[in-house]
Design a protein around this ligand. Structure first.
Ligand code: PMV
Length: 339
């Protein structure tokens, strides 16, 4: 493959990407080596929860050095990062070992989607440091190879991931739907546990697809939710978008719950926070929850209600802390040094 000219072939590059939270969930892969989603998804990229990653390639091959949040990465993570860097090296036609330094603004916590911002920032920083200047769709395709949700964090605001139909995944990438400031939204995160999640999303998706009698029904339901969510976004209709988000999350978790052995990410605090959201709604506060592969609850609302939502979640039994997040930009280069 030819290498397009780059402002910094071989120089170190630092990129930042915000994480994203899906309002129409991604839960299931097609088979094959390209990490292809079985259905589309739709998400909001966030400003406050992001990853900053610097990549530098040596001239010589060797072992990659990976530091995450100030510490040497554990073996499993380092292997996953190196496998991803191999894709970049292959695409750029280089062989040098890499040095990767990556930091999350919020400590990596279960289900706070750090792999989305992590692989989006890594895709951008590594491709540029390798001398490639990829267009956004190609960057999204690359990020997807690291983590399905990372494909969406290449873009800011409300973003749709297209499942595509090709076996090589070249049409499985995200596209922006609406810039962040075009519809001011808030996502209040209720953190309900610290530490890694019980079962990673890749393994959980595989088990759901192979053993859950509800998996096919879940996948078959996604397109209608995507259509509904798109229409709600065009109309800036929070109640409609919120209803889709809650339905999509519940159906995703229902499919996982029916796996064998079952996959249950919720804790008592998760259910208490869901109840808080329903109580808020009964008092006229438009707030809607979503839940990922972990026990935390993320609540969608508009800015005038964010303080009330945060206060109600903060006083919910089992909620450890809350973060008010807002729509943010897509992945961007913040520093480049020509070699
Ligand atoms: O990107 P992955 O492979 O970690 O999968 C993400 C899965 C969910 O966060 C649960 C849903 C989503 O669409 O982000």
């Amino acid at each position: 493959m030819s290498t397009p000219p780059s402002p910094s072939p071989g120089g170190p590059c630092t990129a930042i990407a915000g994480t994203n939270i899906a309002l129409v969930k991604y839960w299931g892969k097609r088979s094959g080596p390209f990490n292809l989603p079985a259905a589309g998804s739709l998400s909001l990229t966030l400003r406050e929860l992001d990853t900053r990653t610097t990549v530098r390639f040596d001239q010589q091959p060797g072992a990659d050095r990976v530091r995450l949040n100030g510490q040497e990465a554990d073996q499993r993570t380092a292997r996953r990062v190196s496998a991803f860097l191999d894709l970049v090296r292959q695409q750029a036609g280089i062989t040098g070992a890499a040095e990767v330094v990556s930091d999350n603004t919020v400590p990596t916590a279960a289900g706070l989607a750090s792999s989305a911002s992590g692989f989006a920032a890594l895709a951008l920083a590594a491709s540029r440091a390798a001398g490639l200047t990829l267009p956004p769709e190609a960057l999204s395709v690359l990020a997807r190879r690291g983590s399905g949700s990372a494909a969406r964090s290449i873009f800011g605001g409300l973003v749709e991931m297209h499942a595509g139909t090709r076996d090589d995944g070249t049409d499985a990438y995200a596209r922006p739907l609406l810039e962040g400031d075009a519809w001011p939204l808030r996502l209040v995160v209720a953190v309900t546990a610290e530490g890694p999640k019980a079962i990673g999303s890749t393994e959980a998706m595989r088990r759901t697809a192979e053993t859950s009698p509800y998996y096919q029904a879940w996948i078959a339901s996604v397109d209608a939710d995507l259509r509904d969510a798109r229409a709600a976004i065009v109309e800036r209709d929070l109640r409609r978008l919120g209803a889709v988000a809650e339905r999509s999350a519940m159906r995703m978790h229902a499919s996982a719950l029916a796996a064998d052995p079952p996959i249950l990410y919720w804790s008592p605090a998760t259910i208490a926070a869901m109840d808080t959201v329903r109580q808020l709604r009964s008092r006229g506060v438009d707030a809607f929850f979503t839940i990922d592969a972990g026990p935390h609850v993320k609540v969608l609302c508009e800015p005038p209600h964010a303080a009330a939502v945060q206060a109600a979640l903060a006083s919910t039994s089992g909620v450890l802390r809350t973060i008010v997040a807002s729509p943010g930009p897509g992945a961007r280069v913040v520093q480049e040094t020509p070699s």
